[in-house]
Unconditional design. Structure first.
Length: 176
């Protein structure tokens, strides 16, 4: 059950696999639809593995969905460490019955190496500065708005504008 995907600078493909609390890697040479390779475990200990993104140093950051955790694993893989926790929260959906508890969903870095995380349950975006040693600062609420309900994937365009998919609204939103 693949969730988020990302490529590293070498062209290897990484896939977050929530049911197995891991991230798998398919090496660039094995990305071939005619003769697909076999994915190998790259990172373990990533409960709720969902969104993934690489920093400039090649460290992989993995969101933990409803756990609220953000994990980091080094460029060679292995057991992930928790570097950040988004406080848990659940929102009742418009049907009045279903709960939305996913607080750490999509993840991306801006051009300055600042980490951004979508909070699906709150309809929000968190901004986190990372230290030179990879330690995470306190999450800062960048935006929270009904237009971001269901916030999922996010990324920056070439001009630095933040784009967010709000899947519960079937919308694409920019955050300024």
């Amino acid at each position: 059950d693949g969730r988020g995907i990302a490529f590293n600078s070498q062209g290897d493909l990484f896939i977050a696999c929530d049911p197995f609390s891991e991230v798998v890697r398919l090496k660039k040479a094995d990305i071939n639809p005619e003769k697909p390779g076999i994915a190998e475990t790259f990172a373990t200990g990533t409960e709720g593995a969902n969104g993934i993104a690489f920093d400039r140093k090649g460290n992989l950051y993995v969101t933990g969905a409803r756990t609220g955790r953000i994990y980091r694993v080094g460029p060679v893989g292995g057991k992930a460490e928790v570097v950040l926790q988004i406080e848990r929260h659940s929102r009742t959906l418009p049907d009045g019955k279903s709960q939305q508890p996913i607080v750490a969903n999509g993840v991306a870095f801006d051009a300055n190496g600042i980490l951004y995380i979508t909070d699906t349950a709150r309809g929000a975006i968190w901004k986190v500065t990372l230290g030179a040693d990879g330690s995470a600062g306190k999450p800062i609420l960048l935006a929270q708005n009904s237009l971001l309900e269901g916030a999922d994937g996010l990324d920056f365009d070439q001009s630095g504008r933040l784009w967010v998919t709000a899947n519960e609204r079937n919308a694409l939103v920019t955050v300024t």
